[in-house]
Design a protein around this ligand. Structure first.
Ligand code: NAP
Length: 278
């Protein structure tokens, strides 16, 4: 009999993770199954107990449980502790261990468009929520030395900067209305806000006035596949990168932690694109 894996969140009905993981299990002829468990916030403690009783071999964690779940785990790895959130749990002989594959998954997805080694890039991150925190932490851990953050609520950006203060990286902060921000100073510009996501598809996080030749504009959004902001950047000559890669790679890293097998990224990407109608 195969193992049981899953996703906990609220809601989870829209998630593409079950079809992505179950298809990968099927293609590898593994008898495992991945199920989406809808757990309301007030039932989280009971939900984790139930997963322990069922001896679930591993699970992903999504909104709104990524921070709260840490209380109920036996151990949280260093990167996840630094990020302050867990998106992947591995059951090691009855001990639930929390990891965060969001930042590493994002960085992995970026590799297909990188022109030079990651640490040599000057990065601007728009937004300072959970996804920004995971990406900035992973980038700093992987040696990026200059990362600026621009956010509507500057206090949230300050918290990320403080959190990374033990590392070498130089982090400057800007407010979203700051007109001094010149996008042509950066090699990589990442939108981690939900600005431009369906149904508000005409919105852009920052106007694309100038683009450094060969720079990368990256948007975590995958609905639509190409946001208005990415369209504007591409028209000005930038390389563009959407959120599908991050979604697939964070799942692929979890899959590998659970099974010891690297899944086929191209097949996983095609499944996700099919779900998105792309
Ligand atoms: P979050 O923690 O709620 O953070 C949202 C961020 O967006 C905050 O910085 C917030 O600014 C900013 N923001 C939202 N609406 C805004 C507006 N109207 N004007 C200005 N700033 C605004 O969310 P998250 O978990 O980081 O997710 C952020 C985005 O990334 C979402 O679109 C999500 O779907 C996407 N995402 C994609 C993947 C993937 O696999 N591709 C994974 C995770 C997340 P304040 O701090 O001022 O509130």
């Amino acid at each position: 009999m195969g193992n049981l894996y899953g996703l906990i969140g609220h809601p989870v009905g829209h998630s593409m993770s079950p079809i992505m993981h179950n298809t990968a299990f099927l293609r590898l002829q593994l008898e495992h199954h991945y199920h989406a468990f809808d757990i309301a916030p007030q039932r989280l403690a009971d939900g984790i107990k139930a997963l322990r009783i069922l001896n679930v071999s591993g699970f992903n964690v999504t909104i709104p449980h990524k921070v709260e779940v840490m209380k109920y785990l036996d151990e949280v790895d260093q990167e996840a502790a630094l990020i302050g959130a867990v998106n992947t749990v591995v059951n090691m002989d009855g001990r639930l261990i929390g990891y965060n594959t969001d930042g590493r998954g994002y960085v992995e997805s970026l590799k297909c468009v990188l022109k030079k080694p990651l640490p040599e890039n000057k990065v601007l991150v728009i937004g300072a929520g959970g996804a920004a925190r995971a990406i900035i932490t992973s980038m700093v851990l992987q040696g990026v030395k200059e990362i600026d953050i621009i956010n509507r609520t500057i206090e949230k950006a300050k918290l990320i900067k403080e959190n990374c203060s033990q590392f070498e990286a130089k982090i400057d902060l800007y407010s979203l209305n700051d007109l001094k921000v010149d996008l042509s100073r950066y090699n990589i510009i990442i939108n981690t806000t939900s600005i431009g996501m369906y149904p508000n598809v005409e919105d852009v996080p920052l106007p694309v006035k100038s683009v450094r030749p060969g720079s990368i504009f990256s948007d975590l959004i995958y609905n639509p596949l190409q946001t208005r902001w990415l369209q504007q950047a591409e028209e000005k000559g930038a390389l563009v990168h959407n959120g599908v890669g991050m979604f697939v790679q964070q799942g692929a890293l979890a899959f590998e932690m659970w099974t010891g097998i690297k899944p086929n990224i191209e097949q996983m990407t095609n499944i996700v694109l099919k779900q998105l109608g792309g």
